[in-house]
Write a protein that binds this ligand. Structure first.
Ligand SMILES: [Zn+2]
Length: 346
């Protein structure tokens, strides 16, 4: 009895193991069948076209494309390797190659690519981008199939330049009471200074695009020009402190009443109608009306104490020229031609 019972127990144990194995195989087969027969789907995006693809079992991406009669051109690209096994719910994207124009360095590159992102396209073309270069559209941008423009690369170069520039001196004038009115004296001559200007110059494709001043430094201050303008309107004459209107330098010559000096007619009658008088009569341009008195320091020792009156005119007497009347031709010749300081009295 004991022996039989043991045998029975052993038999039961081994058949139970067999049963478990059999059940497992059954379950796996069922799972396999379910896997093989259950419907799965994937999305294939081919440009503008979207295909919902349903399949059963194990299909590679290549199989899926074949099933949908999608053929790939040489340059076309698929988002995943075509040998990959398609998973349920997966999206496959086909980028059809097309012609893209890239403008850079004065050239137009036309080439066929399936790339959509700008930086990928530039990389594929083999163009090197420097740090400051600008790209339009921007590098991260995806170019849609409706994009009709071109990709433009602008080469940007920055340069820092320092140039020396002169600083123009300024002019100041001061009144000087001890200088006669009409006299201008430069007491300090002006000198230009020097400035250094540092600028950042930006070039776009080799042409200057912008210029920004970074630093400006005065290396040498300019020296201002100082002029003194006379304001004194009084001159000491035999009449005491005499007020004058202006002081000027004139070219003075002598004349007499002879025909050589005054031509035909009575040389003793002046243009103003007055009779000529030595140490008194002078001819001046019409800017000085008849009766205007001139004080000429050169003649201050003469009987007239250097005070003359404009009474006459002369064909050659223009601007800063005067003619002084003498009694004789000899005296007039002796006087000759001199530059004299003249005060036009008020
Ligand atoms: Zn004469």
């Amino acid at each position: 009895m004991n022996v039989n019972l043991k045998r029975l127990k052993g038999m039961w144990a081994s058949s139970r193991n067999l049963l478990i194995i059999a059940l497992l195989i059954l379950a796996m087969s069922a799972a396999f069948i379910v896997f093989q027969t259950s419907e799965k789907s994937a999305t294939i995006v081919d440009g503008e076209k979207t295909i919902e693809y349903t399949f059963r079992g194990e299909r590679s991406i290549r199989d899926a494309l074949l099933d949908n009669e999608i053929s790939l051109g040489e340059m076309d690209e698929v988002s995943q390797p075509v040998t990959d096994i398609l998973e349920n719910g997966q999206e496959i994207r086909i980028n059809r190659a097309r012609e893209i124009t890239v403008v850079a360095d004065g050239k137009e590159y036309e080439f066929v690519t399936a790339q959509r992102q700008v930086d990928d396209i530039i990389r594929q073309l083999g163009l090197r981008l420097e740090e400051l270069d600008m790209v339009q559209p921007s590098l991260e941008q995806e170019i849609g199939d409706d994009f009709l423009g071109e990709i433009k690369i602008t080469r940007v170069v920055e340069e820092v330049v320092t140039a020396k520039q002169p600083v123009k001196y300024s002019k100041v004038t001061r009144n000087n009471q001890s200088l006669d009115k009409g006299v201008v004296k430069t007491v300090q001559s002006g000198k230009d200074g020097l400035r250094s200007v540092t600028e950042k110059v930006v070039y776009h494709d080799g042409e200057e695009f912008s210029r920004t001043v970074l630093e400006e430094k005065v290396e040498k201050e300019p020296v201002e020009e100082i002029q003194e303008v006379g304001t004194n309107v009084y001159i000491a004459t035999s009449r005491g402190q005499t007020r004058f209107d202006m002081v000027m330098y004139v070219t003075a010559t002598g004349y007499c009443s002879c025909s050589q000096c005054t031509g035909p007619g009575d040389g003793t009658v002046t243009a103003s109608g007055a009779r000529t008088k030595a140490n008194h009569t002078i001819a001046a341009s019409s800017q000085f009306s008849f009766g205007t008195e001139f004080y000429i320091p050169y003649f201050s020792k003469n009987s007239n104490r250097g005070i003359f009156e404009v009474e006459d005119r002369g064909g050659a007497i223009k601007g800063n020229r005067i003619d002084i009347y003498f009694n004789t031709h000899e005296e007039a010749l002796k006087f000759g031609r001199r530059t004299l300081k003249v005060y036009v009295l008020d």
